[in-house]
Design a protein around this ligand. Structure first.
Ligand code: ADP
Ligand code: MG
Length: 567
């Protein structure tokens, strides 16, 4: 019972911090059960890990709030936000030394992601959170701890784990929006689309580091051009019209500052569901759409980039290309090949972040530098084969070169933030001006090798001791003594995803048996998560993991500098 915790806290009050270890365990608070899973070693260490659990019947969440996975994930997301708000409002936040006094839970951004912060099933609703156990210097502040456990926490729990304490309209709006977005995403392929952006969406963001919608009254709401308008029938919102981006090759053109990159960003983020007032809640993209960019300096482990790069100086083999320091163009080639290898359905590129010599090679350059003297086959000569042979669509932002007119199925022209159709106009220009540029892509795209990763090359041990596995911000993971730079995996949006990626990479090594391909290994990890939840990634339950894709696990493994593979 809870009184046992109170007694413990009084007994250890004023003692050395280590005595806090005695309070680990489970306590019955009548309205909820509290589990103290891990007690921090000192006031400055990572905060303690705890869970609270309420019986499903007591929590008051009707069956329909969790009738499918979309709703269950969205409900967990809603409750995480609520718990986070309430803990900021109701806990003192800071007491005594170190991180003492804080009650925290994972804090979602604009996306609705599956998280380990909440577990909701037919039996119970459980929040996984963190507490900084309070101390004065290094002595236990038992009275402060008592206030946290017996006054602050019960208040947070009773206002965030019970349906009766929530705004029912907001709950249902949240889960219905997510359900609609998933339904929309599921309709894309059968309609021949890779993305859909509803009319009235608001795509621009507040800033490059603030993902909330632009709050300028002059912001232009999205409206489809008639040519591209499609209507989807969603389970809650009903019929909703917007622009379809069709399979094949789509070019986004338009003057500088007219909203090309903003549209592409919305497509990148359309792999995720968004909160109801985000502006992109009905902007969805197929799940395995991958943003590709150049990233010079990355390492590459035996990737077959010969479709794009061949005849390098010094006879470097590009069918098994390895380097610790890729150039802009080779990094971009590897990023594309590896994305396709891992199961990409569509790739998204922006001229702003692409290597020019990878994207274009115009007729003047072809005349001056003959094909034999140029190792790069530019993307323009492969993009068609990528679609017809490998089934991978491309969306490309290109305001600086008209060469792509000849290979595009659709040309979308952005004018003052609104799309229009310029396919015919671009086609006519391409025809009347066709002579000159030579296609250099050959007759076939070329091989996508299924590489087999070697577990021994990813080590988190030093002298038989398992080292730290962690995420660092959004763009870096730490595997033992190896840092892995993920800065070109631009679709990772949340530090909890990065943490999950770190653990997923380690988890993946367990599936590397010398036969499974990188893609199979990554998909095994996802299958395991689907079956057992995100908890399967860590040896202990921790509330700070968020969902990731197989394709991003493969992406993270590909960026490990010690990675060894066989083909
Ligand atoms: P481009 O890639 O065509 O040069 P961007 O997409 O980068 O243009 O957009 C230029 C600027 O306009 C950005 O600051 C962006 O936030 C803003 N912006 C984009 N779309 C809209 C819109 N619908 N309403 C208002 N501002 C927008
Ligand atoms: Mg741009």
């Amino acid at each position: 019972p809870a009184d046992a915790l109170r007694d413990q806290l009084r007994r250890i009050d004023g003692k050395g911090y280590k005595a806090y270890k005695d309070i680990a365990g489970g306590y019955d608070f009548k309205k909820f059960a509290l589990y103290i899973d891990h007690v921090q070693g000192d006031p400055y260490a990572a905060p303690s890990r705890l869970r609270v659990r309420v019986r499903r019947g007591d929590s008051g969440f009707a069956k329909d709030t969790t009738k499918n996975k979309s709703r269950t994930i969205a409900l967990g997301d809603f409750l995480t936000r609520r718990f986070s708000q309430q803990s900021r409002r109701l806990s003192k936040g800071s007491r005594g030394s170190g991180k003492g006094g804080a009650i925290t839970i994972d804090r979602p951004g604009q996306q609705i992601l599956e998280r380990s912060a909440f577990l909701i099933n037919d039996d119970f609703v459980e929040a996984r959170f963190f507490m900084g156990l309070p101390a004065l210097g290094r002595k236990i502040a038992g009275r402060d701890a008592e206030a946290m456990f017996f006054s602050e926490l019960p208040e947070i729990v009773s206002t965030s784990l019970f349906f009766s304490a929530l705004d029912p309209k907001a709950v249902y709006r949240h889960i219905e929006t997510a359900e609609d977005a998933d339904a929309a995403r599921a309709m894309l392929l059968e309609k021949g689309l890779i993305a859909f952006i509803a009319d009235n969406s608001l795509l621009p963001r507040r800033s490059g580091i603030d993902d909330r919608p632009l709050d300028d009254p002059g912001a232009v709401r999205f409206a489809s051009d008639d040519t591209y308008r499609v209507t989807l029938d969603l389970p809650n919102a009903g019929k909703i019209a917007g622009m379809g981006i069709f399979r094949g090759i789509s070019l986004i053109v338009g003057g500088g500052y007219h909203g090309k990159s903003t549209l592409l960003h919305a497509l990148e983020r359309g792999i995720y569901n968004h909160v109801p007032d985000d502006g992109r809640q009905f902007a969805v993209t197929v799940k395995n759409a991958v943003k590709i960019r150049a990233c010079d300096g990355r390492s590459i482990a035996q990737t077959d980039i010969s479709s794009f790069i061949s005849n390098l100086p010094l006879q470097k083999d590009t069918a098994r290309f390895s380097t610790q320091n890729a150039s802009g163009s080779t990094s971009q080639a590897a990023n594309i090949i590896e994305a396709v290898e891992a199961g990409a359905e569509a790739i998204l590129l922006d001229e702003d972040t692409s290597a020019t010599n990878f994207m274009i090679r115009d007729r003047r350059m072809q005349q001056l530098v003959a094909k034999q003297g140029e190792p790069i086959t530019p993307f323009i000569d492969k993009v068609r084969q990528l679609y017809t042979e490998k089934g991978v669509s491309t969306v490309l932002v290109m305001g600086g070169s008209g060469d792509y007119f000849s290979v595009a199925d659709h040309v979308i022209r952005m004018t003052e933030y609104l799309p229009g159709d310029a396919t015919d106009a671009a086609g006519q220009i391409a025809q009347s001006d066709s002579a000159g540029r030579q296609a250099e892509g050959g007759t076939q795209f070329g091989r996508i090798a299924a590489r087999i990763p070697q577990a021994q090359s990813i080590s988190v041990y030093r002298r038989n001791k398992k080292m730290k596995i962690a995420g660092r911000g959004v763009r870096e993971i730490l595997l033992g003594e190896t840092n892995v730079d993920l800065s070109d995996l631009e679709q990772i949006v949340d530090p909890s995803q990065t943490r999950a990626l770190a653990h997923a990479v380690y988890h993946a090594t367990g599936f590397m048996d010398g036969r499974r391909s990188l893609r199979e290994v990554a998909e095994k990890v996802i299958a395991d998560i689907e079956k057992n939840g995100l908890d399967v990634l860590t040896p202990f339950v921790t509330g700070d993991l968020a969902a990731i894709r197989a394709i991003d696990i493969a992406g993270a493994i590909n960026r490990i500098r010690t990675l060894k593979v066989s083909q």
